[in-house]
Ligand binder design. Structure first.
Ligand code: HEM
Length: 371
């Protein structure tokens, strides 16, 4: 499992999980021990679902669902075929023709280079290496590859690298969908509580920033689902939106942490009157510690997802999702392929072979992902 600083990655991941889990436990202790507990009756008990659900869903689950990985897609340049192989298998138009052409070219490529696996007779396509070469030919002849990233910590777990990209994307989408549902229920709880007690809605900065984060999160989820998970979006659109998706993912996560810290402080100022918050009561100290834990969790997640060396290696059949066609930072010398260069170096071929050994074949991945 070739991964630079693997132990460091594991150490940080375990720390993040522990700190995140501890944050959830602290929140439960806060509402169950120091506050009134939980209920759904328009009283403070209902309000208490608000911190419990946001810390569990919007902080912890979203944090685990956040990360960075290579996105597999292609760019449509002049003369580039309008569809390329994806994790869903061969894409829409002219599938048969492209399969046949790819098989033919792969066969010729394998024969010429003496390396790659020959296509399976009657198989689903030219095979993993063949497809990689196929893409290189398309890219090499007609334009540079494009590259992109999608946020998800689970992509970074080396033991998941053999899983199909579609499965990993689905886990990513699923975790974020659960986080969104919990965040929405937490808002229903606090609005219901305010309405039952005739407390004005949306007067605080906390509520403005928080609601904005929830709306952006839902938009991000929908965009991710329709553009990156479903196979129908044009590859050029994926390439265009991927940097925005990555940026907004991190921005929303950071905003959520800030909103939680504001909310916790607000609640402590409202609730701690006698003894006052300013007199260091045990609940104040305990809940301040909860705030620190959440901050540390956010910091660990940010560190993990911004390390280029811990990205899931690109699938050999992937092209890079970067609208300008350049190799992104951290990709030099990695599995990123220089599609503008038809003559591949030995080292590139070697790394391809290594990836082939490590991962299941694309054919298998395709079979799994198109179930
Ligand atoms: C109220 C969002 C986390 C404490 C609100 C409201 C929103 C909101 C939209 C306004 C409800 C209304 O006006 O009826 C969020 C989001 C959070 C979050 C998106 C997570 C990212 C927290 C946490 C606490 C908290 C962890 C800690 C207890 C409060 C309090 C209010 C409130 C005390 C009532 C006062 C106010 O409207 O500012 N929250 N909240 N919030 N929230 Fe949060």
């Amino acid at each position: 499992m070739a991964m630079e600083g693997y132990r460091g990655f594991l150490g940080l991941l375990v720390s993040a999980l522990l700190v995140g889990f501890l944050s959830v436990i602290f929140t439960l202790i806060w509402v169950l021990h120091y506050r009134e507990g939980l209920g759904w009756d328009g009283t403070a008990l209902e309000f208490n679902w608000h911190p419990v659900l946001v810390v569990t869903g919007f902080v912890f689950i979203q944090g685990i669902g956040t990360g960075t990985s290579w996105e597999e897609a292609g760019r449509q340049g002049p003369g580039v075929p309008d569809r390329v192989p994806t994790e869903w298998g061969w894409a829409r138009e002219g599938v048969r023709e492209k399969r046949a052409a790819a098989r033919e070219r792969s066969r010729r490529g394998a024969a010429l280079e003496g390396g790659g696996r020959a296509p399976r007779p009657g198989g689903r396509g030219p095979g993993r290496l063949g497809r990689a070469r196929e893409l290189q030919r398309w890219g090499g002849a007609r334009g540079a590859g494009v590259c992109g990233e999608t946020p998800i910590i689970v992509y970074r777990l080396p033991w998941t690298w053999k899983c199909s990209k579609l499965l990993m994307k689905s886990i990513h989408a699923g975790l974020n969908a659960v986080a969104a549902i919990l965040a929405i229920i937490s808002l229903v709880a606090v609005f219901d509580f305010h309405n039952a007690r005739n407390i004005p809605n949306m007067y605080s900065l906390h509520s403005w920033v928080g609601l904005t984060a929830v709306i952006l999160y839902i938009l991000q989820l929908l965009l991710g689902f329709f553009v990156f998970l479903l196979p129908w979006a044009p590859l050029s659109l994926r390439a265009l939106l991927m940097p925005i998706h990555v940026y907004s993912g991190l921005l929303i996560f950071g905003t959520v942490i800030a909103t939680v810290l504001m909310g916790v402080t607000e609640k402590l100022i409202f609730a701690l009157k006698n003894p006052a918050y300013s007199t260091f009561p045990p609940e104040g100290v305990f809940t301040n510690t909860l705030g620190l834990l959440i901050l540390v969790f956010g910091a660990l997640i940010f560190w993990i997802v911004t390390r280029p060396q811990w990205k899931r290696p690109k699938e050999p059949n992937s092209v890079l999702l970067q609208p300008n066609g350049g190799a992104p930072e951290g990709m030099e010398g990695s599995m990123a392929m220089n599609f503008g260069n038809m003559d591949k170096s030995d080292s590139e071929l070697n790394s391809e072979a290594a990836a082939r050994k490590r991962n299941i074949t694309l054919d298998e991945a395709g079979q799994r992902s198109t179930m």
